[in-house]
Design a protein around this ligand. Structure first.
Ligand code: T4K
Length: 374
């Protein structure tokens, strides 16, 4: 039993003095939004960290708007887009909101990511893109999707909301696909209060995205498209810069917690504690995970629910990401019954607390509580 509630995640907060120093700069500039100097610095620092040229990324107010505008910029309105139901609703909401139709295909049972084989079966002449999600930071089969992209002439856009800091095949995961979106929400291992980043292969998109996120106005006298307000502001960028300073520490903390759970669950046959390395190992690709989430898979729905409730009684608030499945929700019910693997995983998975500041000993205690509940 924990005295203080243990939540599934807590955001990292930089030392207040450091943030205050940044605020002094904001006060001196008297510049709060609309592509300010701190945002430009954040973009340059992200470019260096990710190894993506600063012409090939763009920042947004949040990850959902980043996805929406990315889809709009790639001309997906009116198209069918193959995607996964095992994700947060934002992935499909962003498609729907720009007038595309999500077509659901099943996931791989080992990585929980969209399966290229299942995706291929859902491709029709109306398909213009595939949107796989690096669920929990576990990399998708990037080679399989690259092949589909070439074979069918469709765009591959990764929802990499969970995958900041992941490296695969010696490069950042941001470099795979035509486009990738990273969420900087406070529940993510790296954040900017709220925020979203798009990385993209074609640098021409940078101007287009810059326009779309600023109402699609051009100068004072013209408006060239239907844009929106999706700009990241200076305070968000400042938080992002402060968090980026300690990214290695944030990653190391998650790795330590994952190792503590792993050790405590070793030999426990009532559950599966999946390793994010499975895809990379099968392809012999160099891999640096981010351990963004700590998912556990139970034998059946009843056990998962019992553990979820039982943990609450010990003051531990794990989450059932992603249950219900998207196809259980009214806007996406047309996909119900089409993705049996996703339906099964959604009913058996529980994500355990992990965040910078959670002592690994607490992770061990949580794992022991789980084992007792089993
Ligand atoms: N694609 C994927 C695959 C995603 O997972 C997401 C977002 C997106 C796209 C969209 O990106 P954004 O537009 O959000 O940038 C959360 C987040 O709101 C959402 O960002 C995230 N995925 C999703 C998986 O989870 P909730 O409803 O579970 O959050 P909430 O408020 O229950 O918070 C979870 C825990 O974190 C709580 O126990 C409290 C703690 N917390 C939360 C916040 C916001 C804090 O301690 N401090 C905080 O400031 O949705």
């Amino acid at each position: 039993m924990f005295d203080i509630p243990v939540l599934v995640t807590r955001p990292y907060l930089p030392p207040l003095e450091d943030f205050k120093r940044g605020l002094e700069e904001v006060w001196a500039n008297r510049w709060l939004s609309n592509n300010g100097p701190i945002l430009k610095r954040f973009l340059r620092e992200l470019s260096a960290y990710l190894g993506v040229a600063d012409t090939n990324l763009a920042l947004f107010a949040n990850g959902t708007l980043a996805l929406e505008l990315g889809f709009q910029a790639l001309g997906l309105a009116g198209a069918e887009v193959v995607t996964t139901p095992f994700t947060f609703v934002a992935t499909s909401h962003a498609l729907k909101r720009i007038g595309a139709t999500p077509v659901f295909a099943d996931i791989d049972p080992e990585t929980f990511c969209l399966s290229p084989e299942a995706a291929e079966k859902s491709i029709t002449p109306r398909t213009r893109a595939i949107v796989p999600v690096h669920v929990y930071g576990h990399p998708c089969d990037v080679e399989g999707f690259a092949r589909l992209g070439e074979k069918y002439g469709v765009k591959i856009i990764y929802d990499a909301a969970h995958a900041f800091g992941v490296r695969l095949g010696g490069r950042s995961i941001a470099e795979y696909g035509d486009m990738a979106m990273f969420s900087f929400h406070p529940t993510k291992l790296f954040h900017s209060c709220e925020g979203g980043l798009l990385t993209f292969r074609d640098p021409v998109l940078q101007d287009r995205l810059g326009q779309l996120r600023n109402f699609a106005i051009k100068g004072e006298l013209s408006c060239v498209d239907v844009g929106t307000n999706a700009k990241m502001n200076e305070l968000q960028a400042l938080m992002g810069i402060e968090c980026l300073k300690v990214i290695e520490e944030l990653l190391a903390a998650r790795a330590e917690i994952h190792a503590a759970y792993k050790e405590a669950f070793a030999g426990c046959d009532g559950l599966d504690f999946p390793e994010p390395v499975r895809f990379a190992v099968s392809r012999q690709m160099a891999f640096a995970p981010n351990y963004a989430y700590c998912p556990v898979l139970f034998r059946d729905f009843g056990t998962r629910e019992r553990v979820y409730e039982g943990l609450k009684a010990t003051n531990v608030f794990a989450r059932r990401y992603f249950y219900p499945l998207l196809t259980d929700f009214a806007p996406y019910a047309y996909g119900k019954g089409t993705c049996p693997v996703a339906e099964d995983v959604s009913r058996r998975v529980l994500t355990l607390p992990t965040y910078h500041g959670l002592p690994p000993a607490d992770a061990k205690a949580i794992a022991n509580n789980v084992k007792e509940l089993l």
